[in-house]
Design a protein around this ligand. Structure first.
Ligand SMILES: NC(=O)c1ccc[n+]([C@@H]2O[C@H](COP(=O)([O-])OP(=O)(O)OC[C@H]3O[C@@H](n4cnc5c(N)ncnc54)[C@H](O)[C@@H]3O)[C@@H](O)[C@H]2O)c1
Ligand SMILES: O=C(O)C(=O)C[C@@H](O)[C@H](O)[C@H](O)COP(=O)(O)O
Ligand SMILES: [Zn+2]
Length: 375
């Protein structure tokens, strides 16, 4: 982490992919996008909630650097990560005469960065891409690491590409306009990074300064530390041949919950349930018992209620998880990311259906307990 200011007002991290790129975390950096992105034509993809706040300053900066900007608004929400929206954006680029010298810019949350990144990866087999994440979740996770993609009705993120951005510019002051619900949902991926590699983050989310309008220096450092966890893992395993799967802690259940509820449950909320589920599975195996800490955090996140579902409703979606081993012998082997202890994730290929059922029952009991506490 390069930190040019003793007060952590600006932190730059380099993600060591091939080629490497920088992530700048700096209050006010959005107004200087034109310095970081240079292309004759830039497609600025943003959503209807974010664009009214921030598109103008981004367009001004890009235009000041000589770029022609095509503004491509999309509807807010997970439904935009669809084949239809993806196709519409590709057609828009073609109609506007975009070439391989041009660039795609994502201004928004994880939905926008996943979608725009996949457009950049696909149009003419690849354009320059840069991300300006505006939700906490996109800052600490989605905009970094090069996973891009969309959903199918059959499951979450089933289509996509690895396509690294050229740069990621994070302005933590834009969190002030993020709804509180979304701030807490974003904190879930940051907490996940804490469990995987940096316990400082587990403590940071409990501090009073950890709020949307918290001190810029604190938010800058907290976001940067979360990015640093992800960047280190991505640098070791850019295309998820091994350790990158650890970033899927909590996601095997989460993706199934999202797909089974047609995305009525947000990604962050689903991962909150998924982390508690992984903690329960881990503890039942005699690994780390982080159940209390995770449950306390989930209570603070206050995710949308878990819809009435049985484990049997989820198993078909779990069976399509990308972490599974080969189906060569007719049966996909499930792989679950568990915690042997904090900062020591493991991938378990031998979790039985019986363990899953026991953890599912334990999850319901825990959640009922959390409701009791919050009443
Ligand atoms: N590629 C990856 O590595 C990766 C990692 C984690 C999550 N994801 C994906 O990210 C998506 C979830 O991202 P998300 O939680 O950011 O959802 P999102 O993009 O839907 O954003 C959440 C909501 O906040 C609004 N918003 C965002 N920034 C705002 C701001 N500054 N001010 C006001 N409103 C703002 C959005 O319009 C939206 O309504 C999921 O599709 C998930 O699968 C991808
Ligand atoms: O970057 C990664 O790798 C992750 O797994 C990060 C996750 O938080 C994220 O939700 C990701 O989109 C999941 O990817 P998938 O390959 O499991 O669909
Ligand atoms: Zn995630």
């Amino acid at each position: 982490m390069r930190d040019p200011g003793a007060t952590h007002r600006r932190i730059t991290l380099t993600v060591q992919t091939t080629p490497p790129y920088d992530v700048h975390v700096e209050p006010g950096v959005l107004a200087r996008v034109g310095e970081a992105v240079s292309a004759p034509n830039v497609a600025l993809i943003s959503d209807e909630n974010v664009a009214p706040h921030y598109a103008e300053r981004v367009v001004r900066s890009l235009a000041g650097a000589g770029a022609r900007v095509t503004f491509c608004p999309v509807a807010a929400g997970e439904a935009s990560k669809s084949l239809t929206q993806f196709g519409a954006l590709l057609s828009e680029l073609a109609r506007k005469g975009f070439t391989r010298h041009d660039a795609v810019l994502a201004l928004g949350g994880g939905v926008v960065s996943d979608l725009a990144g996949f457009v950049a990866a696909s149009y003419m087999r690849g354009l320059a891409f840069a991300a300006l994440p505006t939700s906490l979740l996109a800052m600490v996770d989605a905009a970094v690491g090069g996973k891009t993609g969309i959903n199918l009705p059959e499951g979450k993120n089933l289509v996509g590409a690895f396509w690294q951005p050229r740069a990621v510019l994070i302005d933590p002051t834009v969190l002030r306009t993020l709804p509180e619900r979304e701030f807490r949902a974003g904190a879930v991926e940051l907490f996940k990074h804490g469990l995987l590699a940096d316990p400082w983050l587990l403590e940071a989310v409990t501090r009073p300064e950890f709020r949307r309008d918290g001190p810029a220096a604190f938010l800058t450092e907290t976001v940067a530390r979360s990015v640093a966890v992800k960047a280190a893992i991505v640098a070791r395993d850019e295309r998820e041949g091994g350790v990158r799967a650890h970033l899927n802690l909590g996601h095997t259940l989460a993706h199934a919950l999202e797909a089974a509820t047609q995305h009525r449950l947000s990604h962050g909320d689903a991962v909150a349930y998924g982390l508690l589920f992984a903690a329960l599975l881990s503890a039942a195996r005699g690994y780390a018992d982080e159940t209390e800490r995770v449950a306390r955090f989930v209570a603070w996140v206050a995710p949308a209620p878990l819809p009435e579902l049985s484990l049997d409703d989820l198993l078909p979606f779990i069976a399509r998880d990308k972490k599974h081993l080969s189906r060569a012998r007719g049966e996909a082997q499930q792989r679950w990311v568990l915690l042997e202890r904090v900062t020591s994730p493991v991938i378990a290929g031998d979790v039985t259906e019986r363990e899953l059922r026991a953890a599912w029952t334990a999850l319901q009991a825990r959640l009922a307990g959390l409701e009791e506490v919050s009443r």
